[in-house]
Design a protein around this ligand. Structure first.
Ligand SMILES: Cc1cc2nc3c(=O)[nH]c(=O)nc-3n(C[C@H](O)[C@H](O)[C@H](O)COP(=O)(O)O)c2cc1C
Ligand code: SF4
Length: 440
């Protein structure tokens, strides 16, 4: 299979090598078309966002207003802070110019004159690498005012790198914009969506690094070619970052729709000691986990994972063998989302801390079976009741881990404790605990 995002070309991160392999030819090709033609081509290619929600990239671009007096912006999201996700940094390291070229083409398509590449603050090495690549692109006159002469067109754009300061929430698109504006990384209430009111209240498009890196390949080879790769409803390749109990963890570019078992056993070398798999989280820590006995036949694309009650997320696959203590895993995950909650919404601010506290109680030997129901109830009351999707990101692992591995979690609770009055969440929303039982 030909790789699109991370081609097997040595030293592709050097501009001479990138140019020798057709670098910036896609931009040239794009400039010969109208912006609407580019949007249409990307729409038809079926490219879906690689940052978590798998939304159609071309459709998102088409939301940008055609006639406006305001400047328009592109934000490229390289915050990559979800536990289990480590694929964008591979692009920064191995194929930075294709990302830059993708950003240039996207700016042209949406009519933006400025793009911001937001990179998580801890990625010192990759920030430096990307800055070097951006500087070289300017010196070769593919960015900035001089690109008008290089390409012989009446369009130019600039690209700036913006360093994050280590907050997971700044990966959420609206708090990313606040962060760029120098404000606290608080998510904004939507609508209005970024295409209506984004950076500095101007129309803005936000896409993930991997999404944007696909764009030059779509322009170069045409939308039909891209749309034929992998799963028809989620075409292209996906960078799978596989970690945990596998012999060869790493980032692998494969067609979407690859069998999860192929990814684990053939690509990532299987499980050390040939142990059985207990649990797999298929798309970064916030996605619903799958049981080991659920994996057969599961394909790695948005639609197939939806069918088995999970989601593709960022393609960060975490494998846990039969000896894994899922209570410890869940405590670690719950701690992360509690720590990263920005605190604006009560259900997220209070619920994430509450869930972590209950999990610790269970770990210390003071938890009951009712605590498991309580955890599901708290998670249900976070989900859908918050400003941003960090609420769901915190609720899903707890809710689905306990529901799908109830047998294991029942082993962790203390059967000798019985608390007469159940401490349940008071809510009119449907929870795992029947209301009649709560009212007893
Ligand atoms: C709490 C939170 C953190 C997120 N972090 C990232 C991130 O690090 N990178 C990313 O691309 N998208 C992240 N997203 C998704 C973005 O909000 C947005 O949907 C995405 O950047 C859009 O790009 P795409 O359509 O190309 O996937 C996050 C969302 C939430 C709710
Ligand atoms: S859901 Fe959590 S992280 Fe998102 S805005 Fe509300 S409190 Fe902040």
């Amino acid at each position: 299979m030909e790789r699109i995002v991370l081609p097997q070309i040595e030293n592709l991160n050097q501009i001479e090598v990138y140019l020798a392999n057709g670098g910036f030819e896609s931009a040239k090709k794009a400039f010969a078309k109208t912006p609407d033609e580019i949007i249409d081509e990307v729409k038809k290619s079926g490219l879906r966002g690689r940052g978590g929600a798998a939304f159609s990239a071309g459709l998102k671009w088409s939301f940008m207003p055609k006639t406006t007096d305001k400047p328009k912006y592109l934000c490229v999201n390289g915050d990559e802070s979800e536990p289990g996700s480590f694929k964008d940094r591979q692009i920064f390291e191995d194929n930075p110019f294709q990302l830059i070229e993708g950003a240039i083409i996207t700016c042209y398509a949406i009519g933006a004159k400025v793009a911001y590449l937001y990179i998580r603050g801890e990625y010192h090495k990759w920030i430096k690498l990307m800055q070097k690549a951006v500087d070289e692109t300017y010196s070769r006159r593919f960015l900035g005012d001089k690109m008008k002469e290089t390409f012989g067109i009446d369009f130019s754009c600039d690209l700036f790198i913006h360093k994050g300061a280590g907050a997971y929430i700044c990966g959420e698109e609206s708090s990313l914009m606040n962060s760029i504006e120098g404000l606290r990384g608080y998510p904004r209430v939507k609508p209005p969506f970024p295409a209506q009111r984004g950076l500095w209240n101007c129309p803005t498009t936000i896409n993930n690094v991997e999404t944007i890196t696909n764009v030059p390949a779509i322009i170069k080879n045409g939308w039909e070619c891209f749309s034929k790769i992998g799963a028809p409803k989620h075409p292209g390749t996906i960078l799978f970052g596989i970690s945990g109990h596998v012999n060869k963890p790493g980032v692998y570019e494969l067609p979407s729709g690859v069998l999860l078992t192929d990814l684990i056993y053939n690509v990532a070398g299987g499980v050390p000691g040939n142990k059985k798999i207990k649990c797999v989280i298929p798309g970064g820590s916030s996605m619903p986990p799958l049981r080991g006995d659920q994996l057969e036949g599961v394909r790695m694309d948005a639609e197939s994972l939806k069918e088995v009650g999970s989601a593709i997320g960022t393609g960060g696959v975490m494998v846990m063998d039969e000896d894994t203590n899922l209570l410890k895993v869940l405590i670690r995950i719950a701690h992360f989302y509690h720590h990263e909650s920005c605190g604006q919404c009560t259900p997220c601010r209070e619920g994430t801390g509450w869930m972590e506290k209950i999990l610790h109680r269970i770990d210390e030997g003071h938890g009951t079976s009712a605590d498991l129901d309580l955890l599901i109830s708290v998670a249900n009351n976070i989900e859908g009741n918050t400003i941003c999707a960090l609420g769901e990101a915190a609720a899903w692992p707890v809710k689905f881990m306990i529901t799908r591995f109830r047998d294991e979690f029942e082993k962790y609770v203390n059967k000798n404790i019985s608390i007469p009055v159940p401490n349940k969440v008071h809510s009119m929303r449907g929870t795992a605990v029947p209301l009649a039982e709560i009212q007893k």
